[in-house]
Design a protein. Structure first.
Length: 360
């Protein structure tokens, strides 16, 4: 009998690089950025429900401050499928917590991990890749990453270098030779020219037993402490006590870069990581010189991204090139497109000043 696929959505991020539209009280995953009327979280849940037999099989990991918003946006999801982190400790503790919950319900499950803020434009191809990844995980016991074929020398993504081929077919699987985090532009160009690299999409498929074994091997203290807390009848008090003391670390650093049992499936399924404001240009680019959401008039303005949440307002620009201008009720942001990665630094400055913290 084929083991069940249990999709887990990571929805605890703060989305700081999409500030000021994404704010602490309503981060990016709850926003609607296109014409579908569905938020990023809802679109992700829709996509995964079709893979797993319905919304009742999808699980979500989020922070306590976002619990109500998740339940409001996903009313069809059983409340017991919501996993609440007491504090944000990055993706490794979140994934371990979810895996410990999944294994209690379905010890033989194939677990999928999917960020809430990705856009997929080819759902048919995406389903094929996920089903193939589940097959590879089952046949090899490896931790499978979904690799995306690069289309430009991105410096904001991680890269995966392919090693030996493990399984042939229309969607071959390869051992992972190396991970590289956010290279400089020259390195990214070299990776693109080489042809043996994929973008690290941050989506993973594995047997739940395999990822738990990897945590036991590479993060034994984290595994021991959290598994003991979850094992005590999912004690909320136990989780609240242990979770803040866990190391804040990503799944890439905690497990994937340490393990020799990682596989990658290079694929194309219309993927975009909606990580910062430049992604809006890829999402909404039309025939014009600029991308504008709201009213804009520009003189000698080219390659700009203009966004206003205030329907009656106007953004006027003169002599600007390759900039982002965002106007919300309380905040106006102006930034060069090549500096959008630094928006997080502004948010951190706001958090450090009590009189400005409400703008974060």
């Amino acid at each position: 009998m084929t083991p069940p696929l249990v999709p887990v959505i990571l929805a605890g991020g703060s989305g700081e690089r999409f500030w000021p539209l994404s704010r602490r009280h309503r981060p990016k995953q709850f926003l609607t950025l296109d014409e579908t009327g569905r938020s990023l979280l809802q679109a992700t849940s829709d996509r995964l429900a079709s893979l797993s037999g319905g919304a009742e099989h999808v699980m979500v990991v989020t922070g306590g401050e976002y619990r109500a918003q998740v339940l409001e946006q996903l009313p069809e999801m059983p409340v017991e499928n919501l996993i609440v982190e007491p504090v944000a400790r990055d993706t490794a503790p979140a994934i371990l917590y979810a895996a410990l919950r999944v294994v209690q319900e379905a010890p033989d499950a194939i677990m999928g991990v999917f960020p809430a803020d990705h856009r997929i434009t080819d759902p048919v191809a995406f389903r094929r890749v996920v089903h193939r990844a589940a097959e590879v995980a089952r046949l090899t016991g490896r931790l499978v990453t979904l690799g995306v074929t690069p289309t430009f020398p991105a410096t904001g993504y991680g890269y995966i270098e392919r090693g030996e081929q493990l399984l042939a077919g229309d969607l071959p699987a390869f051992a992972v030779a190396r991970f590289t985090e956010k290279p400089d532009v020259d390195t990214a160009r070299a990776f693109l020219a080489d042809g043996g690299y994929s973008w690290n999409s941050g989506m993973f498929i594995w047997q739940v037993a395999a990822i738990l074994a990897a945590f036991q091997q590479h993060q034994p203290e984290m595994y021991a402490r959290l598994s003991a807390a979850v094992g005590r009848g999912r004690s909320a008090a136990g989780i609240r006590e242990v979770f803040p003391e866990l190391e804040k670390i990503s799944i890439d650093y905690a497990i994937l870069e340490k393990s020799d049992q990682v596989a990658v499936i290079p694929a194309e399924f219309g993927w975009d990581d909606l990580g910062d404001w430049n992604a809006l240009e890829r999402l909404l680019r039309g025939e014009g010189q600029n991308v504008a959401v709201g009213r804009h008039i520009g003189l000698d303005t080219d390659g700009a991204i203009l966004y206003t949440t205030r329907g009656d307002d106007l953004i006027a620009t003169i002599g600007l090139e390759d900039v982002v201008v965002v106007r919300t009720d309380e905040v106006t942001l102006v930034v060069r497109k090549d500096r959008t990665q630094d928006i997080k630094k502004v948010v951190q400055q706001l958090k450090a000043h009590p009189e400005l913290e409400r703008f974060a």
